[in-house]
Design a protein around this ligand. Sequence first.
Ligand SMILES: [Fe+2]
Length: 184
Amino acid sequence: MFKRYNWCYKIFDFPKFNKKIIEQIRNLEPITYHYTSLHRDISSDTEYNHLLLKRWQAPRSVENFIKKTLPAGYHEIGIQVIGDGNTAGGHGAHSDKTRSFSFLYLIDTGGNNVQTRFFKEKKKPLYRKNFTVITDYSKIELVDSVIIEPFKWYLLNQRIIHDVIGIEGIRKSITVSYHKCPIN
Ligand SMILES: [Fe+2]
């Protein structure tokens, strides 16, 4: 049965990664960064850097920990990095392409005021198809916003249009992707 999920995010009190694993992930540097195009909001004629989102496969230690910590049903575990530490910017409004929900565990915030914002497109449902991309912000309305804290489990609804703004440094997280909602 098709179900729309109209919550943007939830916080869970699942066990945290130990320091050894966090260090291991931090040491995955260096990686090569490059940028996708400038993202443009045509409604205000504003251009801002659409920072590259880079992902790579999580080490085995992370996989093992996730397996005993999170609900089953995920199809991918990745380390996700946004930004290179030199260029400020964010990630334009979209719904995700390859997942509908994800658990996110932030390791480095990439700035003190990085906001994840959720939007509803006017006259459209909140819960959208995968890979809906918005370039005109006058068509969407803010419904929720969160400054995600590090070392905490968040479940994000990636089918609701969202963006990320205010990245100044490197934003690094562990993310676990699901096609179906992992909770009841
Ligand atoms: Fe996303």
